[in-house]
Design a protein around this ligand. Structure first.
Ligand code: NAD
Length: 495
């Protein structure tokens, strides 16, 4: 494994990532000239300086993507697939750097390569399989068929919590379908996206087909509102997703939204707790709970509550905390604001009467003073109406709620505005079937944890968790529009 001394991280990053935007196949500074510091969230130290995108930079990127569109659209599907395969292979070759870089900027303890290359390769395999239909006609002198065509320039707004995977999950299908793309990574974690863009150029993606302009809300809003953008994908919070959708409405462009969650982990009396507990703990400590799919509501059948609470408290209290370069289980939150947000949620839960079992604040010790740490936190006696049971915390905070039977479990599980992932733990196959049907979520797992192991399973939300699906073969089709074509002769005889 490549090892990087955290004190040298900035030098390593500077060698790896172009400190510039990627526009039209070139690395360029921000038109505004401003730069943003990217911090290691475990220490607060600066690890990179990246130009801060402005609406003018977004204009330039959209113009480059518009110019590149006709040639990319008209390239044969096989050649588009070949370029994407090369990009995937190059990312696999650089898997460790990509994984380390993302760990560093997100603050997640490094636990192995990133595997974004596999995602690109999976989608590359779909690029030459986009086909239409031939349709029946009223008379035999006609042919009717459908074509699936790209939209044009696609805007892709990426959050900071898993920038590499979330970028390629949208960008690869958009490119496979013949679109060109402008990516706007989050200001807190833009480095992985810039390296992915650089690797795409090295793989032979023509200039302007993929452009990357990091920054905050201003370039994000500029991209969402841009009249040159014909399709928008947004991954992030529900509130910002709604504002992106309003912007899209002004230009009447389709939107794909991957938003937040408050995912239930439903534990029945017959569950195997030895199987369930490590998965539940991992679900809320991975990325310090900053994953949209985090199972942050534990719904437990009454008879097992105390046993489960004790097991969760033991496991959460044993969680080792540290930086991305340490051999630990959980890292810090992304920044000071997010740390304060999570601490605020903890305070609200206590004031609403939830019972704090463990954690509940910044871990003690000098080591944790400089980064943005919050200890893994467990609340018992949580009522479904409490804010802790309804609102996404986006931090390592677990809430335990009780139920008596399957009907009550389903009612509580479905009783938030979200519907991203629902997981159940039970030995009863009949109950598992009922749950798979009745749980309102884009993904239902039974006795399978965070990494369900499915390849090509569509990922996306119900209700306010969003709409549209990534990671499946069908996700390529979401970046196409359907054209019906009817062909007839001129009436002359062709005998
Ligand atoms: P966020 O909504 O604050 O930001 C997301 C992105 O939008 C960032 O790039 C940000 O710069 C940009 N942005 C901010 N204001 C904007 C505006 N007015 N117009 C356009 N773009 C704007 O979210 P976040 O805090 O970065 O990410 C955390 C959220 O993302 C959580 O709610 C989480 O659940 C969600 N998320 C969802 C998924 C999913 O697949 N469903 C995956 C990861 C994260």
């Amino acid at each position: 494994m490549t090892t990087i001394d955290s004190r040298d991280a900035a030098t390593w990053v500077a060698a790896l990532v172009p400190a510039a935007h990627l526009i039209g196949g070139r690395t360029v500074p921000s038109i505004g000239g401003a730069v943003t510091d990217v911090l290691d969230p475990g220490t607060g130290r600066v690890i990179g300086r990246v130009p801060d995108g402005t609406p003018a930079d977004i204009d330039a990127a959209v113009a480059a993507a518009s110019d590149a569109f006709p040639a990319w659209r008209d390239l044969s599907a096989s050649r588009r697939a070949a370029v994407l395969h090369r990009w995937g292979a190059l990312c696999t070759e650089h898997d460790e750097e990509l994984g380390l870089l993302e760990s560093l900027e997100v603050g997640r303890p490094y636990q192995g390569p990133a595997s974004v290359g596999n995602r690109i390769v999976f989608i590359a395999g779909q690029a030459d399989k986009i086909g239409g239909q031939s349709l029946p006609t009223a008379t035999p002198d006609r042919l009717a068929l459908t074509l699936r065509e790209p939209f044009g320039v696609c805007g892709c707004i990426v959050p900071w919590n898993a920038p590499g995977a979330l970028m390629v999950s949208v960008v690869a299908p958009a490119l496979a379908a013949g679109n060109t793309v402008v990516v706007k990574p989050a200001a807190d974690a833009p480095l992985t996206c810039l390296l992915l863009g650089e690797l795409a150029l090295q793989a032979g993606l023509p200039p302007g087909v993929l452009n990357v302009v990091p920054g905050g809300a201003a370039p994000g809003a500029a991209l969402a509102e841009h009249p040159g953008v014909r399709h928008l994908s947004f991954t992030g919070s529900t509130v910002t997703g709604a504002s992106v959708m309003r912007a899209a409405a002004r230009n009447l462009v389709p939107v794909h939204l991957e938003l937040g969650g408050k995912s239930p982990q439903i534990v029945f009396d017959d569950a195997n707790l030895e199987q369930a507990v490590p998965e539940i703990v991992r679900g809320v400590t991975f990325n310090a709970g900053q994953t949209c799919a985090a199972g942050t509501r534990v719904l437990v059948q009454r008879g097992s509550r105390q046993r489960l609470v004790d097991a969760l408290a033991t496991a959460l209290s044993a969680t080792r905390l540290g930086g991305w370069d340490e051999d630990v289980d959980m890292g810090p939150l992304i920044n000071r604001t997010q740390q304060q947000r999570v601490l605020n949620h903890i305070g609200i839960a206590q004031s609403e009467g939830a019972q704090l079992v463990c954690g509940g604040g910044v871990p003690p010790g000098e080591r944790y003073e400089h980064g943005f740490f919050v200890a893994p936190t467990l609340f018992d006696q949580v009522d479904p109406a409490m804010r802790l049971a309804q609102e996404e915390v986006f931090g390592p905070v677990l809430a335990v709620l009780e139920f008596d039977d399957l009907d009550e479990a389903v009612e509580i599980a479905n009783g938030t505005k979200y519907g991203l992932v629902a997981t159940a733990w039970t030995a009863d196959v009949g109950r598992a079937v009922t749950l798979a049907r009745r749980l309102e979520a884009g993904q239902v797992h039974v006795n399978a944890g965070r990494a369900s192991g499915a390849i090509g399973a569509p990922f996306g939300g119900y209700r306010q968790s969003g709409f549209g699906r990534t990671m499946s073969a069908d996700s390529v089709l979401e970046f196409t529009q359907v054209k019906s074509v009817v062909l007839a002769g001129t009436g002359a005889s062709h005998g």
